[in-house]
Design a binder for this molecule. Structure first.
Ligand SMILES: Cc1cc2nc3c(=O)[nH]c(=O)nc-3n(C[C@H](O)[C@H](O)[C@H](O)COP(=O)(O)OP(=O)(O)OC[C@H]3O[C@@H](n4cnc5c(N)ncnc54)[C@H](O)[C@@H]3O)c2cc1C
Length: 435
């Protein structure tokens, strides 16, 4: 790995997500060697992935180079590696390019899509957890529209223009709203030979209302917004299978579609090697105490989505969103300093800053403590918060510019099939699907 030996404590952080980078940034100001590891060389601002999927933003504007965090600091190191296991006995981690010892280890590996063991989803559904996933969705949507223009088969065209999403949490709601805007604003201009009315967007939710984690006010308001945009919502409905052509559910709803997007769940992304008691098996996440120490370990910590800290206010752990991850990273940085000074660590206390979701142009819903609001002001508020938390000045500036441009022109400028997702037609006529 080529990390120099040192006399100062070495903290190895696995994962450059919200949790990992907030910890790394603070630790780099201290007399600590910080080794930040990630399989990508960039941080992903996941809340805006849906805008990349729907051509509203370029992928570069929501990704931030992780080397920018460690550069100009002789104690900071970044390595692009896949961490494969932890050897806790020897205070060592194993990666695809070699092993590395640590004094303290912080696991901040986040979460991955949960298909709940359904093989048909794993094989055929689209997911949206990373920039490549978002680009796959963008390509697939655009490729389907291109194909819909040229096919002479009405049934094939119908399936190509049918977009089905499972899971009406913030991701499903935001994505379906954005696809509906593509249909309403872009389709008539770019594809005059297609009837925009033929393009349908279905949002399927197992619960009795959308945005189940938000207030009933926000849920109702968001549902109204989606209906105005023309999204068909199916509540109390569970998707059973998708064979690449047909979505079946537990009701008589059955949809032919070329695009099925699964946004109905995430599960932790743990690593091999720790004791069984460290892991909450059902959630695939590490059990941590109020100092983020992994159950059974003194010098191994977990923060962000991968950690479950059960407290009186949050018996099931904190919500798997950005704020707990950022705040745990910040608190752990303070605790490392205290540890090294021989002081007692301070317990983590979550400051809940509220939840929000946007449903297209001029429409959003916000729950802030007991305050709930929706509509135009909520949309501005949503934009301001997302710009504020977006990592890097350049990303903020580019995103702001794109949003202003899109708003004025009713446009989504990144409608490009740079890297086709599917339909690399082979000479024999068979179809190859690339994922
Ligand atoms: C589509 C989408 C929309 C979202 N919208 C919102 C929102 O609007 N508001 C909100 O608050 N939250 C939102 N979230 C949730 C939020 O993004 C997560 O809660 C947050 O990213 C968790 O931060 P983290 O640091 O724990 O993990 P992550 O940000 O997921 O980072 C984990 C990092 O670890 C790396 N990694 C994992 N395993 C390994 C390994 N073995 N080796 C090397 N590297 C590894 C990954 O590459 C990744 O960079 C959204 C999530 C998604 C997917």
């Amino acid at each position: 790995m080529n990390i120099p030996k040192t006399d100062i404590p070495r903290v190895v952080i696995i994962g450059g997500g919200f949790a990992g980078i907030s910890l790394a940034k603070r630790l780099l100001k201290k007399e600590i060697q910080v080794v930040l590891l990630d399989r990508h060389n960039y941080h992903t601002f996941q809340p805006l992935l849906y805008q990349v999927s729907t051509a509203g933003l370029e992928p570069d504007s929501i990704a931030y180079p992780l080397r920018k965090i460690t550069r100009n600091n002789p104690r900071g190191f970044f390595r692009m590696v896949e961490v494969t296991a932890i050897d806790a006995k020897n205070n060592c981690i194993c990666t695809n390019i070699g092993d590395l010892t640590f004094n303290y280890l912080v696991i901040a590996t986040g979460s991955k899509t949960n298909f709940f063991g359904n093989k048909s989803f794993e094989e055929n559904a689209m997911q949206m957890k990373s920039v490549p996933h978002a680009l796959n969705i963008r390509s697939l949507i655009l490729e389907n529209l291109e194909q819909a223009v040229i096919t002479e088969n009405p049934e094939e065209r119908k399936a190509l223009l049918n977009f089905v999403l499972a899971g009406a949490g913030p991701t499903g709601v935001e994505l379906s709203g954005a696809i509906a805007e593509l249909r309403n604003q872009i389709l008539p201009k770019d594809y005059p030979d297609l009837d925009a009315k033929q393009m349908k967007i279905h949002l399927i939710e197992g619960f009795k209302r959308i945005l189940p984690a938000m207030s009933e006010y926000s849920s109702e308001k968001a549902q109204k917004f989606l209906k105005e945009l023309g999204v068909k919502i199916h509540l109390n409905t569970q998707v059973k299978s998708y064979d690449g052509k047909v979505v079946t559910t537990n009701t008589d709803l059955c949809l032919n579609t070329s695009t099925f997007i699964w946004t109905a769940g995430v599960t932790g992304a743990p690593l091999m090697g720790l004791n069984v008691s460290a892991l909450i098996e059902k959630a695939n996440r590490y059990k941590v105490n109020v100092f983020n120490q992994v159950n059974g370990y003194e010098n191994i910590f977990a923060i962000g989505d991968i950690a479950v800290m059960s407290t009186e206010d949050f018996p099931q752990g904190h919500p798997m969103v950005a704020q707990p991850a950022i705040q745990q990273g910040n608190q752990l940085a303070k605790n490392f300093v205290r540890l090294l000074l021989g002081k007692r660590m301070e317990p983590f206390k979550y400051n809940d800053k509220g939840t929000m979701a946007t449903v297209g142009r001029n429409r959003a819903v916000v729950d802030l403590g007991k305050l709930r609001f929706g509509g135009f002001f909520a949309w501005y508020f949503w934009m301001f918060v997302h710009l504020w938390f977006l990592v890097g000045f350049r990303n903020r500036a580019v995103t702001f510019f794109d949003w202003v441009y899109n708003y004025i022109n009713y446009d989504k400028g990144a409608r490009l099939i740079i890297r086709p997702f599917k339909k690399v037609k082979k000479s024999m006529g068979s179809e190859e699907v690339t994922r």
